[in-house]
Design a protein around this ligand. Sequence first.
Ligand code: URA
Length: 199
Amino acid sequence: MTPALQHLREEAASCTRCDLYRAATQTVFGDGPVPVTLALIGEQPGDYEDRTGHPFVGPSGELLDRALEAAGIDRSQVYVTNAVKHFKWTPRGKRRIHQTPNQTEVQACRPWLERELELAAPQFVGLLGAVAAKAVLGSAFRVTRSRGQVLTAAVGGWSGQAVATVHPSSILRATDADAREQGFKAFVTDLEVMAGLLA
Ligand code: URA
């Protein structure tokens, strides 16, 4: 992490740009080497990420790790972050249930993502799920229609290429083993497009 990115991380730690900080444990900022070739952008931290302070370390992160390995991408060479940096949740008994961030929350968090991309300076970004894809490619973007395509993108002062795919949690949520297997294969195929850009 460069001093400038470390400074940004410290600033983001006290972010109150929207109300999500109230119920979250901490800001979960990006992790990984910089400058970097590939940055992966997810939606928002989940329960594990909120507790540990690191992106993609829970069940979605474990699936992501397996898929990256299958696609031949070394996660230690990738910068990993989220479009929204606080966990949005609602209580159900003792559990904290994920809630999708709304447009206002994504917009409130955007300056962090802009600066983060400017400083991490990836050549391309991998967008995990609709929230990240719309944050970077615009609200009309549809992952189902355009996943796996190499597109051009700009966020703040950063510009480069982007490849969108599904969010790993959608594979975990699939109701049967067959659907999970198909979903995983299709996810790896999209990550292989990113691996091709890395090569
Ligand atoms: N889901 C995300 O989008 N990001 C994380 O960091 C964890 C789960």
